[in-house]
Design a protein around this ligand. Structure first.
Ligand code: SAH
Length: 246
């Protein structure tokens, strides 16, 4: 019986992988990975390491989560060191918690290796600090997968009226509904927004707009992408640094 390492792969830039993640990747007998994990990371594995792709993108799963859980479990019975490699951080909308529960219920040992989440690092590479003195005292990371107009929406939309930063993951396809909803609850139409696509990679695209025009401006932006809403977005004008370095 082996051990499963629920490992964060970071947001894209391979150098944002933690030393601990790199160590378990080098020692892995098998790596079960998602689409969002940078595939170059797999080159660090030892020869003979097995790779299993259980692709996952924007909340749409190529393999249903129940099957992924079972694949991890079955391999934990078979192998000593199992790495479950997930984009960003495994516990930020990565369903890592569900995978950990599945293993716990079956008596499989596991460790969680946090990763640098795209929700903070993609804004950072876009020159947008998620908090800033005098601008935003907090930030929230919210699923954009759920339609804001669903009757039983679990998202507390009314609480988004403040100046705090809101980061939506998995929300690009719902952006028309999200921006409309935020205007409906009383946020100003000119509230600054950013859409960051493929953040921290050489293909990073950053589009700046307002709640009113961001949909129009981001029609052709590829995924994965996240949305940042709030006055911190304006800091990019002075803090943009990444594009000049790649
Ligand atoms: N666990 C991941 C998030 C998984 S949900 C993390 O901590 O980053 C998948 C969503 O994350 C995508 O739909 C997108 O909104 C966001 N995302 C992941 N990688 C991204 C990247 N490099 N640039 C922008 N958004 C990204």
């Amino acid at each position: 019986m082996g051990k499963v390492y629920l490992t964060g792969a970071g947001p894209g830039d391979i150098e944002l992988l933690t030393l601990k993640a790199l160590r378990v990747i080098k020692e892995a007998d098998i790596i079960i990975y998602d689409r969002l994990a940078n595939p170059d990371i797999l080159k660090e594995a030892k020869s003979g390491c097995e790779f299993v792709y259980v692709g996952k993108e924007d909340g749409r799963h190529i393999m249903p989560q129940d099957d992924i859980n079972e694949v991890i479990y079955q391999n934990a019975i078979k192998y000593e060191n199992v790495v479950r490699l997930k984009g960003g951080d495994p516990f930020v909308f990565g369903r890592g918690g569900e995978e950990a529960l599945y293993l716990h219920e079956r008596g499989i040992k596991f460790e969680v290796i946090p990763g640098i989440t795209s929700s903070i690092s993609a804004p950072a590479y876009a020159g947008i600090p998620v908090t800033h003195r005098g601008v935003a005292v907090s930030f929230r990371v919210v699923t954009g997968h759920e339609s804001p107009h669903k009757k039983e929406s679990q998202i507390p939309w009314e609480t988004f009226k403040t100046d705090d930063t809101i980061i939506f993951l998995m929300g690009l396809h719902n952006l028309p509904k999200i921006s409309k909803k935020l205007i409906e609850i009383g946020k100003p139409e000119d509230c600054p927004c950013a859409v960051i696509s493929k953040g921290t990679t050489k293909d990073q695209i950053v589009v700046i707009g307002t709640l009113k025009d961001i949909v129009e401006k981001t029609k052709d932006v590829p995924t994965p992408a996240l949305i940042v809403v709030g006055r911190v977005v304006e800091l990019r004008k002075q803090l943009q640094w990444f594009e000049e370095n790649v």
